[in-house]
Design a protein around this ligand. Structure first.
Ligand SMILES: Cc1ncc(COP(=O)(O)O)c(C=O)c1O
Length: 497
């Protein structure tokens, strides 16, 4: 087992949450309106005209002009035509540093040539899909099982969302219990049952338009980092069908947007054992990014089920899978187990699940990640980046909070997701939703400024580094962030009556 991890030093989760809680009580600081106007006029108005025209045309057939949630950038989405290592290029020929990393999958950097060549070879022989077994399905499964100690078996699916859906069914079959607990604010894909308490803890179904309330009969949330709250809910569930599984993103909900401590993660495991619930680790982001053994390897926990996504298809389509202990995974296999007894199977699959192309891309990418020590290298680049950004934050006396867990970095300027909804104080809900809306808008403005300085971020607040970055590139990126941060000020927000 490869024991190298991206995390050089685990951040103090309590101190960070205190800082984030303080940030949402402060006035909003963001890019100064005149600086934003200059970016709009000089950059977007003059240098992004082809993107603007294409998005305008696309709006006639694509709702909003783009298909991917992360591509909705202010003032309008840009159109990208080339990706290479740490760089992206748009249709107008502008060059950018890529800190979005396709939303996480490309730990090696974008469009890695070794992975690409393996895929091209496969396309020349087998093509992208056959609907039949391919040797790389086995090779990928074996590589994942060899890398992650809790994994005996692996079943590939089409996405992280599908894998989470599948894990819910397997957990119920394996435990014969009903309820699913998740951390408030966490994202486990967009399936009906898990669209509960998304983004902001306590939101229940507020972000689940189109999903009927009865779907959530057996889905519950507990407050991130709060073991007492989790235990209370596990205990109550004993009288209400039991808890089949506890979903956690081990580095914290929304990829550590709200960080959690190592003790908390280990505490969740202990409580799952005590109440007979499966521990389900969603490592869609952290798998093969925090280390070859995932975040679970770093914390030293042994989840019953692990959800993989993103990296396991090396940046190619069809990135998802459920993995875990043999006695649980048997519910995803053929009708008879080795003892000859009938085993109840969870119905899951997909025409494009486990295609040769996703399997070979994932296998090659994971082997290359190990060979190049990519998780640790990307983590070191993130350490350097966060140090540089924090120096700028101090230089301009801004209230912003910047930290990283390995190669997952957060630059909170408004901390929208640090809010929580308390249903005992229902009158506060409209005010919170109003405030998060305002802050969200400022986060988009920050994202627009970073983009105009040649840095692509995830929604203006999350930054993934990859092993394609050199220390010199990171220095350049820090200089660009510094320029944006030097133009930030306290905003006079005029709220609509
Ligand atoms: C933690 C986590 N779980 C699940 C998902 C869903 O994965 P996918 O987008 O492949 O459906 C995501 C996607 O970002 C995620 O971050």
């Amino acid at each position: 087992m490869d024991t190298r991890f991206a995390i050089s030093q685990y951040p103090d989760a309590k101190a960070l949450n205190d800082e984030l809680n303080a940030l949402i009580k402060k006035p909003i600081y963001s890019i100064a309106p005149e600086a934003l106007k200059a970016y709009e006029d000089e950059y977007y108005g003059k240098k992004c005209q082809k993107s603007k025209a294409m998005i305008e045309e696309a709006k006639s057939v694509i709702p909003g002009g783009v298909q991917h949630n992360l591509a909705f950038n202010y003032p309008f989405p840009l159109v990208f035509t080339k990706a290479e290592g740490a760089k992206l290029y748009d249709i107008d020929g502008n060059e950018y540093y890529d800190l979005l990393q396709a939303g996480g999958p490309t730990v090696l950097g974008s469009n890695d040539p070794v992975v690409r060549e393996a895929v091209i070879d496969l396309l020349n022989t087998c093509g992208p899909s056959t609907g039949l077994f391919h040797e790389y399905e086995y090779k990928l499964g074996k590589k994942i099982a060899d890398s992650v100690p809790s994994v005996d078996m692996f079943r590939m699916l089409g996405s992280g969302t599908e894998a989470c859906m599948c894990a819910v069914r397997v957990a119920r079959l394996a435990t014969k219990k009903k309820n699913i607990l998740k951390m408030g604010g966490a994202y486990h894909g967009w399936s009906d049952q898990l669209a509960w308490g998304m983004r902001v803890p306590g939101t229940k179904n507020l972000q689940s338009r189109g999903v009927p309330m009865f779907v959530f009969k057996h889905t519950q949330e507990f407050f991130p980092g709060d073991l007492e709250d989790l235990e209370k809910k596990l205990w109550l569930n004993k009288f209400n069908g039991g808890t089949a599984g506890v979903f956690i993103e081990p580095i914290g909900p929304e990829s550590a947007t709200r960080p959690v401590s190592e003790e908390f993660v280990k505490g969740v495991e202990t409580l799952c054992r005590k109440y007979g619930a499966l521990l389900i680790c969603d490592e869609v982001v952290s798998g093969f990014r925090i280390g070859m053994a995932g975040a679970q390897g770093y914390y030293g926990i042994d989840p019953d089920l692990t959800i993989f996504g993103k990296v396991i298809a090396g940046g190619y389509p069809g990135a998802g899978g459920v993995a875990g202990h043999r006695d649980v995974m048997k519910h995803l296999g053929a009708g008879l187990d080795s003892s000859g007894k009938k085993v109840k199977k969870a119905m899951c699959g997909g025409t494009m699940a486990a295609t040769p192309i996703s399997s070979i891309a994932g296998y090659t990418a994971i082997c290359e990640i190990e060979k190049r020590n990519a998780c640790q290298v990307a983590g070191q680049r993130a350490d350097q980046l966060v140090k540089g950004i924090n120096e700028s934050i101090a230089r301009y006396n801004l209230p912003f909070v910047c930290y990283n867990i390995g190669s997952v970095c957060h630059l909170h300027t408004v901390a929208t997701m640090q809010y929580a909804i308390d249903w005992g104080k229902l009158w506060q809900v409209p005010k919170i939703l109003d405030e998060t809306g305002l802050r969200q808008k400022e986060m988009e403005h920050m994202g627009a400024a970073y983009m105009a300085e040649g840095i692509v971020t995830l929604a203006g607040s999350r930054l993934y580094t990859s092993a394609a970055y050199t220390p010199e590139m990171i220095d350049d990126v820090i200089g660009r962030f510094d320029k944006v941060l030097s133009q930030c000020e306290k905003l006079e927000i005029v709220k609509k009556k």
